[in-house]
Design a protein around this ligand. Structure first.
Ligand code: GLY
Length: 371
């Protein structure tokens, strides 16, 4: 079995990202060196546990590691104060100690929630990310951003808390519904769009293979995505500068997610793909890049069958001014000014500190009119 290893170079808080097929089955061997006692606590997405628990439990048991588990419902709604309390109280009731290890089994929702619970439990216990969605494998499990949502906006409550290890089992993607796979693929494409035109070209060539289940293509897509993220996080762990580029498409995306009530109408990654398309449209509108660039982005997303335009989002959406108001809650707002990640072309994103409202309104007006 090919296992790729990347290192997130953060000194004493550095850790490995392991990428390969079958890592859940050998989780015991991977985790054992980190344990002070042969016991772990797993917080899982219930739907993911139904598919992968037997494999993980056997993998842990093979190394004599006992595991206790708490299941939570799938969906963004789980990233809430109530579920945070449930996880923390469960871990306390289980007498989890600071030297212990908590495992997060699932997608970005579980990883963010459990990471945050680990950050605040006894002022910080260690945790391991076991991401089972493409989105979590290439983005949310790496880099230590943890947290929950507020009714006022996404990820507004949280902490930086790096995991001790990330095990990205590519075999888990085999049972991932296609909709979730494509939502995660938006974050893969994001890396090409923000900083690596060659990678975007590679994705244009291999996207169909990735969606179709080609293992080598999937490993390569996750490896290149994680390598880029690991390098950016190592240079700018707490997002004082460059890390903000990873939010390409997210200002639009978060507003769309809020507008759709964080519901099944729009998955996070779907908000990101629609958001990336809008960020490129806005960049062209501002004269930063040629119109061919957003057209090329949208063409690839369309070929992949991804959520690309606002017309792909079912149900009502607020008017332009309503969407702009939702963007103003974004964490990237500084002194009330809207900050966007824009691009001078594919692979050339930058942070734009003061985006005038008129072109933004025009882009949203057009996008809404096309619904
Ligand atoms: N998902 C954006 C970041 O980790 O910075």
């Amino acid at each position: 079995m090919t296992i790729e290893t990347l290192r997130v170079e953060l000194g004493a808080r550095g850790y490995d990202i392991r990428i390969g097929a079958g890592l859940l089955a050998r989780a015991g061997a991977e985790i054992a060196p980190l344990l002070a006692r042969p016991r772990v606590w797993v917080v899982a997405d219930r739907a993911v546990a139904a598919r992968h628990w037997a494999t993980l439990e056997a993998g842990l048991a093979a190394e004599g590691i006992a595991a206790r588990r708490l299941d939570l419902p799938p969906g963004e709604i789980t990233k809430s104060w109530d579920r945070l309390r449930e996880v923390v109280e469960w871990l306390l009731a289980e007498r989890v100690e600071r030297r212990d290890l908590v495992l997060a089994l699932g997608g970005g929702v579980i990883g963010d929630l459990v990471g945050f619970a680990a950050a605040i439990l006894r002022r910080g216990v260690r945790f391991v990310q076991l991401p089972t969605t493409l989105l979590a494998q290439v983005d949310s499990s790496v880099g230590g951003k943890t947290g929950i949502n507020s009714p006022q906006g996404k990820n507004l409550i949280g902490a930086f808390h790096q995991p001790s290890l990330v095990l990205a089992d590519i075999a888990a993607l085999e049972t991932l519904p296609r909709r979730d796979l494509l939502a995660g693929y938006a974050e893969v494409a994001k890396y090409g769009l923000l900083g690596d035109a060659d990678f975007f070209e590679w994705l244009e060539e291999h996207g169909a293979a990735i969606a179709g289940g080609d293992l080598a293509a999937r490993i390569e897509a996750v490896r290149r995505s994680c390598a880029m993220k690991a390098a950016i996080v190592a240079r700018d762990e707490t997002e004082q500068g460059e890390r903000a580029l990873l939010n390409l498409g997210h200002t639009f995306g978060h507003a769309l997610e809020a507008a759709t009530g964080y519901s099944d109408r729009l998955l996070h990654g779907e908000g990101v793909s629609a958001g990336c398309a809008l960020a490129f449209e806005l960049s062209a509108r501002l004269g930063l890049c040629a119109q061919e660039e957003p057209s090329r982005v949208r063409a690839h997303f369309r070929d992949m069958g991804m959520v690309t335009d606002l017309a792909d989002i079912p149900g009502p959406l607020p008017a332009t001014q309503g969407l702009i108001a939702l963007m103003a809650q974004d964490k990237k707002v500084l002194d009330g000014r809207l900050r966007f990640i824009l691009a001078r072309g594919i692979g050339q994103a930058f942070v734009a500190d003061e985006v005038p409202e008129a072109p933004l309104r025009a882009v949203l007006d057009d996008a809404l009119a096309a619904r």
